[in-house]
Design a binder for this molecule. Structure first.
Ligand code: ATP
Length: 234
């Protein structure tokens, strides 16, 4: 019996104003999968994630979530459907405390006490720093805060954009270990990464995105190899 995809883009086009940047994107996230969206700068990874989180409109094609067509559904409704995203740059508020960031970030009505429990249980360091300004923490701790905010809503789908940005390799691998734990707990994950090697240990498949199209999907290590030798000059 085939499993219905959790998230499915078929022939999706999207852009900014009159400029189309996604040219018929096909992408599938199966339940329990970790799909790495890989590709050079400007290929359309961030726009694809924005479409998947409901904050960027689809101009044509079909976007399905758990079998339901969701073209035009609001971002707030996406959150209620269990889709949660961490944008490039983490989306935290540097001038607010850890606790305030947890409170302000979700918009799903989950009580603060529940958000704090999830955050501090998984990341005790955030509990120690609950009254500290988020902007004064290290990049890795800020990424933990961003992950905590997402986890507090108990998502079924997690959309992650460039988690490695600005972090030392050791911290990147720690953050991806945590993402791997979430996947093992059953969260389905679509993760865009330019630093493809970081995501290889946890990816179940990869999609290579070039110039607004997914040109290939398959084994993460093979796609990373193709990306680094053919497109990034490595
Ligand atoms: P990066 O890693 O640099 O974010 P990406 O693969 O995530 O790259 P996108 O950010 O989705 O790619 O960009 C795809 C194309 O859309 C690029 O040509 C980019 O210049 C363009 N683009 C992105 N954001 C906007 C915007 N707000 N207005 C106009 N064009 C945009």
């Amino acid at each position: 019996m085939s499993v219905e995809p959790l998230l499915e883009l078929s022939g999706v086009r999207a852009g900014y104003g009159a400029i189309e940047v996604l040219h018929s994107v096909d992408l599938i996230l199966e339940p329990g999968a970790v799909v790495a969206l890989l590709g050079p700068n400007g290929g359309g990874k961030t726009t694809t994630l924005r479409v998947c989180s409901g904050i960027h409109p689809v101009s044509s094609g079909e976007f399905r979530l758990a079998g339901r067509v969701v073209n035009g559904v609001s971002a707030a409704e996406f959150a209620r459907l269990g889709v949660c995203s961490i944008p490039e740059g983490r989306g935290i508020f540097p001038n607010l405390t850890v606790r305030e960031n947890l409170w302000i970030g979700t918009g799903t009505g989950v009580p603060l006490a529940d958000l704090e429990e999830v955050a501090y249980t998984r990341f005790p360091v955030l509990g120690e720093r609950r009254s500290q300004l988020a902007g004064s923490m290290s990049g890795g701790e800020q990424q933990m805060l961003a992950l905590s905010r997402a986890l507090g809503t108990h998502p079924t789908v997690l959309l992650l954009d460039e988690l490695s940005m600005g972090l030392a390799p050791r911290i990147v691998s720690r953050i991806y270990d945590i993402v791997g734990e979430l996947a093992a707990e059953g969260v389905s994950i679509l993760v865009a990464e330019q630093f493809a090697r970081a995501v290889l240990p946890i990816a179940t498949s990869a999609a290579l995105m070039l110039q607004g199209r997914v040109v290939r999907t398959g084994d993460p290590a093979e796609i990373e190899e193709e990306l680094s030798t053919t497109y990034l000059g490595g």
